[in-house]
Design a protein around this ligand. Structure first.
Ligand code: ADP
Ligand code: MG
Length: 693
């Protein structure tokens, strides 16, 4: 249950005064639906109304603030003309101009002889100073009403900065005095103030320095957020660790057979990670390990080798892929090898139906299947294993944190290996998985040829099509990836369909189309044709992004590459790196090309090292949208910025471990406060998931 101290902050924005339903919607789209979301919406700039100069020194276009005396009113001659009020500050006169404003209200607001403090933009017209519609007018007797430094928030159409400032003031009033959840020594060492002070400070910046991610107040809040994240991960992890695992020590006979059959030697990196995984499988606790390996680094064989441990012990293993195409591909690769060594393997996807499905499920329950390959279908209610000991989850970044948690609840003391082809920088591994054990295949099999990557404008598409024609004539296969249009799947689809049709006109029936809106069976049929070579040019949206393996496809063209994230481009390019053939990738960009997009394309041209690419990606993106994976379940941060706050992340990770060591159930006074922190940053969900399990 959410602590009652947080109720007000978690109320909807519409409870603030002056926020009707329509306005609430606008604000909601901008920052979120709750008051706390508003509070996490931080200023990006300031307007400084502290002004030292007199009117005689004021510059054209400058913001000017100061005390003036009203001299006279000049009503307009016609409706087209503005209403004018002449004022002066002792050094010079200034004409205030008002369009479409009634004289009545102005005579009240600016009585002749009266003194006002005004603020607005100065314009010089024919040598005289003017100010159209002052932004602020306050009485000279109440100078405190003039905002000195006004924070500027990211806005949206219909939400003005003035309104946003009003809302933020109200929102700050909803924040009760929070207990201190940070360690006293840390606070002292960092020179941080308490939470409430820090929150007020970030909303009342006094200088540009206050807006920087490294200002003291922002660092304090970023730390709070990181600590909440690391603590929740550590809690989940601690629970997993406590669970009993079984010791899977095989006799090595199957593994030896497999190794003798492989047409290649394992790389040193593969051997090392297999050993790391096996030491976990052997240990008496439940394994939960992350395996990272770039596209083509040979994760599949690592998965199979380690699954054989379970099979040698007479238990069962399962491998789960995010799509049917991938599950099928695993089944093909693995069954060739498994048939030879007498390991029984089966594929279960949504399209295995009727009698075949019933039979498969029976065999599974009787233990007549050693390794089951599948999609999420593996974990529907009626799928019962005789003795499931080990699960491998492939291409995990598609699943997301939530599903990962659900997954490990499936089998009692089942060891879990999560494999991902997204190279994740160390810092992000920490924020996504906590200090989960992880293994990294940092070496590609020998003999891989580099991919020649070229970057060119879309205007040269004809030349590209010509070059493609020559390539296709030599028997090469190619991918043509269509632009990603985030706002609309429909446009996305029509772009792909149009490209397909125009390429079909040129190349005839060797062109195929695959996209996310097709039925699994249709997709599979197209992929089959591509694998068999019947289709030689495959037009697609990004559905081919993950894991598809067609060694003869060595050319890739990406349209509007500037719309893709770095990680995504890297994944895509990985598709043509499978064989021994040299391959080429053409990244075509449209205009306008932003600085960041240009930098991304440059990185793609310069390196194929996924880890390097991921680091660069992080630098380019900062903390916001991590690796373009918001939709795929990565934790994202409101305040912490991964390009700036790495030191805080490392400290928070250590801090979290220490806290749980001393107070595993968060029962001390600080523990109580920390619970509030978890709720404050909405990291409670994860913990609840685990309590239920
Ligand atoms: P990924 O890590 O992207 O899943 P795969 O496991 O699909 O990569 O492996 C890519 C290709 O490399 C496959 O064709 C596989 O047979 C091959 N492969 C794997 N390990 C080696 C190795 N040590 N030497 C040579 N080829 C290998
Ligand atoms: Mg793979």
């Amino acid at each position: 249950m959410r602590p009652s101290i947080l109720y007000a902050m978690f109320s909807p924005i519409s409870t603030l005064s002056g926020v009707g339903p329509r306005y609430a919607k606008l604000v909601e789209n901008l920052c979120g639906s709750k008051i706390i979301d508003l509070l996490w919406h931080l200023p990006v700039n300031i307007i400084d109304r502290r002004c030292g100069v007199s009117l005689s020194q004021a510059q054209n276009g400058q913001l000017w603030t100061g005390k003036v005396r009203v001299i006279e009113h000049v009503p307009p001659k016609t409706k087209k003309h503005p209403y004018r009020i002449v004022v002066e500050d002792g050094s010079e006169q200034l004409i205030l101009t008002f369009f479409k404003t009634y004289g009545d209200s102005l005579t009240k607001q600016f009585p002749v002889g009266g003194e006002k403090i005004i603020s607005g933009k100065i314009e010089i017209f024919n040598g005289s100073l003017q100010m159209a519609h002052p932004e602020y007018v306050v009485d000279a007797t109440t100078p405190e009403q003039m905002p000195q430094v006004e924070p500027v928030y990211p806005l949206t159409a219909g939400v003005t900065n003035k309104m946003m400032n009003k809302l933020q003031k109200q929102a700050l009033h909803c924040v009760p005095k929070m207990p201190e959840w940070l360690d006293e020594n840390l606070l002292k060492a960092q020179g941080w103030s308490d939470f409430n002070t820090a929150l007020c400070q970030v909303h009342q910046p006094q200088s540009y320095a206050d807006l920087q991610p490294n200002s003291s107040a922002r660092r304090r809040l970023a730390y709070d957020e990181l600590l909440a994240n690391q603590l929740s991960l550590a809690i989940v992890r601690g629970r997993l660790k406590k669970q009993q695992g079984r010791m899977l020590q095989g006799d090595g006979r199957l593994k030896e057979k497999l190794q003798n059959m492989l047409p290649f030697a394992l790389t040193n990196a593969q051997k090392r990670v297999i050993a790391e995984i096996e030491s976990d499988l052997l240990a008496p606790y439940r394994m939960s390990r992350l395996l990272q390996g770039d596209v083509g680094s040979g994760k599949t064989i690592v998965a199979l080798m380690t699954m054989l441990n379970a099979v040698e012990c007479g238990a069962q293993a399962a491998i789960m892929a995010p799509t049917e195409i991938l599950a099928q591909q695993h089944a093909e690769t693995m069954s060739e090898l498994c048939d030879e060594i007498g390991v029984r393997i089966a594929l279960l996807t949504g399209s295995v139906k009727g009698k075949a499905r019933v039979q498969l499920l029976e065999r599974l329950e009787k233990g007549e299947i050693d390794i089951l390959i599948g999609t999420h279908a593996l974990f529907t209610e009626n799928v019962k294993f005789k003795d499931l000991a080990y699960i491998v989850v492939d291409e995990q970044h598609r699943f997301g944190v939530r599903q990962r948690l659900n997954l490990s609840e499936k089998g009692q003391n089942v060891d879990v290996l999560v494999m991902t082809a997204t190279p994740i920088p160390r810092t992000l591994v920490l924020t996504q998985y906590g200090d989960m054990e992880y293994s990294k295949i940092d070496e590609l099999p020998a003999g891989r040829k580099p991919v020649m990557t070229t970057v060119m404008p879309l205007t040269k598409i004809h030349a590209v099509v010509e070059a493609l024609q020559r390539k296709l004539q030599t028997g090469t296969q190619a991918y043509w990836v269509c632009p990603l249009v985030e706002e609309s799947e429909k446009i996305d689809l029509s772009a792909a369909t149009e490209r397909y049709e125009s390429l079909q006109k040129i190349f005839g029936n060797i062109v195929g189309l695959v996209h996310g809106k097709m039925k699994e069976s249709e997709k599979n049929a197209v992929m089959e044709d591509f694998k068999s070579g019947k289709i030689r040019l495959l037009v697609s949206t990004t559905v081919i992004e993950v894991g598809v393996n067609v060694p003869a496809a060595t050319v890739m063209i990406v349209e509007h590459a500037e719309r893709f994230g770095l990680a995504q481009l890297h994944q895509l390019r990985g598709r043509i790196k499978r064989g021994q053939e040299a391959s080429s990738c053409i990244l075509m960009y449209g205009f306008p090309l932003s600085e960041v997009a240009r930098a991304r394309l440059n990185i793609m041209r310069q390196t194929e090292d996924g880890f390097l690419i991921a680091e660069e990606d992080l630098k380019l993106r900062g903390g916001g949208e991590i690796l373009g994976t918001r939709q795929s379940g990565f934790n994202s941060f409101r305040l912490a910025d991964m390009s700036q706050h790495t030191d805080l992340l490392l400290t928070a990770t250590k801090d979290a471990a220490l806290i749980l060591n001393q107070d595993p159930n968060l029962q001390s006074a600080r523990g109580e406060a920390l619970r509030t922190l978890l709720y404050l940053f909405e990291r409670d969900e994860m913990i609840r998931t685990y309590k239920a399990g």
